[in-house]
Design a protein around this ligand. Structure first.
Ligand code: AMP
Ligand code: ZN
Length: 119
């Protein structure tokens, strides 16, 4: 069923505490943890606890939880004190854009200069 945990999904396993992660924030609907291969001093992933393969399918099914993810992205930035200098929230969508984990997630990147346009 849509949104149900997937046994082959790494991020569902992190939600279930079957795979360890450095968790920085948790709400009823979201989890935020540090990326294992950080691309910036602050690189945190904010995920919905429910499983959807990407941000658009999450937004179509669960607009409230999508808003929760974006709200938590802002809280992560404030916690890491990168909100003043600026930060970026990225949803890679599709393999051509670099998506490798098929559970919706926001990357929160900050703490260094961020080029525009991104690569
Ligand atoms: P994406 O390439 O946009 O799908 O992002 C997936 C992200 O998950 C990458 O930045 C990976 O470094 C990160 N990642 C993969 N495995 C783990 C893990 N076990 N804990 C934390 N982050 C992970
Ligand atoms: Zn999942």
């Amino acid at each position: 069923m849509a949104g149900e945990p997937q046994s082959d999904c790494l991020f569902c396993k992190i939600v279930a505490r079957e795979v360890p992660a450095t968790i920085v924030r948790e709400t009823e609907t979201t989890l935020a943890f540090r990326d294992i291969n950080p691309q910036a001093p602050t690189h945190v992933l904010v995920i919905p606890k429910v499983h959807y393969p990407d941000a658009a399918s999450l937004a179509a099914a669960e607009p409230g939880i999508t808003a929760d993810v974006l709200h938590e992205a802002g809280e992560v930035a404030a916690d890491d004190k990168v909100d003043g200098s600026g930060y970026r929230v990225v949803f890679n969508t599709g393999s051509g854009a670099g998506q490798t984990v098929w559970h919706a997630h926001a990357h929160v990147l900050g703490g260094r200069g961020l080029e525009w346009p991104p690569g």
